[in-house]
Design a protein around this ligand. Structure first.
Ligand SMILES: *[C@@H]1O[C@H](CO)[C@@H](O)[C@H](O)[C@H]1NC(C)=O
Ligand SMILES: *[C@@H]1O[C@H](CO)[C@@H](O)[C@H](O)[C@H]1NC(C)=O
Ligand SMILES: *[C@@H]1O[C@H](CO)[C@@H](O)[C@H](O)[C@H]1NC(C)=O
Length: 157
């Protein structure tokens, strides 16, 4: 009897393993849950073109299916109160689980020594306590260095 049960369990495991073979599951950290972004190049002056690549493999695996993706240049830490978010792109995920686009750094007012980041805000649906869906937003970021080769607007302090 015990042998039979083991054999049945073993065959379940074999079937389950066979069924999941085509999908290589990534090892995902909680930090990946709103997507992973890279920006290339990551040192920029106003007018420079850059490429942003976002990977939502882990996000989707963790239940975050992007409805909208908004990309900003921000100063998340030590914000001097004159550094509002600058919208770079508002997108939808048309080629899941990844997205890629090029953009140009706006001629905005940037501050020397501020720690800029490209911030991705991912809007995704969750089910409310009564089962009706609503949208939640989570963010992730990548560091960006902004230099002053072109802009007269670059400010100190
Ligand atoms: C930085 O300060 C600006 C101006 O007060 C504000 O609009 C923005 O939300 C702040 N950004 C962050 C990331 O705190
Ligand atoms: C919300 O509930 C519906 C219906 O049960 C389900 O199909 C859907 O996957 C749920 N969405 C999330 C984000 O859990
Ligand atoms: C930026 O930081 C460097 C090194 O701490 C300092 O020498 C420089 O004066 C700072 N520049 C501004 C504009 O604050």
């Amino acid at each position: 009897m015990q042998f039979t049960l083991s054999a049945i369990l073993a065959s379940f495991v074999a079937v389950a393993t066979a069924a999941t073979v085509p999908v290589a599951r990534a090892t995902c950290a909680e930090a990946d849950r709103f997507g992973d972004i890279t920006i290339e190049p990551s040192t920029l002056s106003p007018g420079d073109t850059f490429t942003v690549t976002a990977d939502f493999t882990c996000a989707i695996q963790l239940g975050v299916n992007p409805e909208y993706t908004d990309y900003y240049i921000e100063v998340p830490v030590n914000n001097n109160s004159y550094e509002p978010p600058i919208l770079i792109a508002r997108r939808t995920l048309t080629t899941p689980p990844t997205d890629s686009f090029t953009a140009t750094l706006p001629y905005a007012n940037y501050f020397a020594n501020a720690s800029y980041a490209l911030v991705l805000d991912t809007t995704y649906a969750v089910n409310g306590t009564n089962g009706s869906p609503y949208s939640q937003v989570g963010g992730t970021e990548a560091a960006v260095t902004i230099t002053n080769s072109a802009s007269a607007a670059f400010q100190s302090g």
